[in-house]
Design a binder for this molecule. Structure first.
Ligand code: OGA
Ligand code: MN
Length: 308
């Protein structure tokens, strides 16, 4: 018998009574899916599973990402499993040692951002290294109706070069990451297909809004990021070894808190579900204002000179 116990008001629930090393019954899967839609972050404590079990469990929620856009610390045999670790290999820093340290939603810098992510904790530092999750439905729903209407019409340019600490992973990794992930465009508000609710889809990896200048975009991005991660929208997960945590990237942002001793191990394995929606590349962006009557060339030149 599964039980679902809320862990936070904004999001988060613990599912007790599940053994993810075994096939799930249709009934249990139904309970988990309903709880996921309602609580957005699910915690399954005390799981004894292999990477293959993690893949089998995650596949219940859809096709899996093969991490082709970030092929740096995949499991040696299973492309669908990414190793999130600060452990060094042959004296070399792990390319995922500082992953997720600004507010983000997984793979939003790719054309098909991840639907959900499942993380299994194998080792944790003695203190610190929590993960925070912010409810982006609440972030959207608590904006004023006028701001909602404005943000509804915006599209964000998501840029992998805004991943915090990317350059620290080494120049080759940073360059390859950016080469594989040129900036992409996603709506600033997305309708969640299962809940039917709108969620804000803006985070610290958004550079600019399409059709707004950088100067116009920056303060609005800052405002929306700050607003969306107010403490009342956040669940903070304190990890125990053998926790499996799955979250919905369509209606949450999250952050790996980097407050732990780098000499202690933090070691996790991860799968991500392929997105159920596809954005577009910046190069294919439609020309802005294409439908507007052209201003006289003289006025247009004057306005252009004043714009930054
Ligand atoms: C991730 C991620 C958070 C963490 O796996 O996508 O951001 O705390 N992880 O490791
Ligand atoms: Mn992440």
């Amino acid at each position: 018998m599964l039980t679902v116990e809320p862990l936070g008001y904004a999001c988060g629930a613990r599912i007790a009574g599940a053994d993810l090393s075994k096939p799930l019954s249709d009934h249990d899967l139904g309970v988990i899916k309903a709880a996921w839609t309602k609580h957005l972050v699910l915690v399954f404590p005390k799981q004894q599973i292999t990477p293959v079990d993690l893949v089998a469990f995650s596949r219940h929620f859809g096709e899996l990402e093969d991490y082709a856009s970030q092929p740096f610390n995949r499991h040696p045999d299973i492309n669908e499993v990414m190793v999130l670790t600060n452990k060094r290999t042959n004296g070399k820093a792990s390319p995922t040692y500082n992953a997720g340290q600004n507010w983000h939603t997984d793979l939003s810098y790719t054309i098909r951002p991840a639907k959900g992510t499942t993380l299994y904790c194998l080792e944790r530092p003695s203190v610190g290294g929590d993960t925070m999750f912010a409810n982006m439905y609440l972030a959207y729903e608590t904006l004023s109706p006028k701001m909602q209407a404005f943000v509804d019409g915006l599209e964000g340019i998501h840029d992998a070069s805004l991943i915090q600490g990317l350059e620290k992973r080494g120049p080759e990794i940073a360059a390859e990451y950016k080469r594989l992930n040129p900036p992409v465009i996603h709506p600033a508000v997305r309708l969640h297909p299962e809940s039917g609710r709108k969620a804000l889809y803006v985070n610290e990896r958004v550079r600019q809004f399409v059709g707004l200048s950088e100067a116009e975009s920056k303060p609005l991005i800052r405002f929306l990021c700050d607003h969306s991660v107010a403490s009342r929208f956040v669940y903070r997960h304190y990890w125990s070894v053998k926790d499996v945590v799955m979250w919905d990237n369509r209606c949450l942002t999250h952050l790996a808190v980097g407050d732990y001793d780098p000499n202690e191990s933090r070691h996790m394995i991860r799968t991500s579900g392929k997105g159920d929606y596809v954005g577009r590349r910046v190069e294919t962006e439609r020309p802005q204002n294409a439908a507007r009557p052209a201003a006289s060339a003289e006025i247009a030149a004057g306005i252009a000179a004043l714009r930054d």
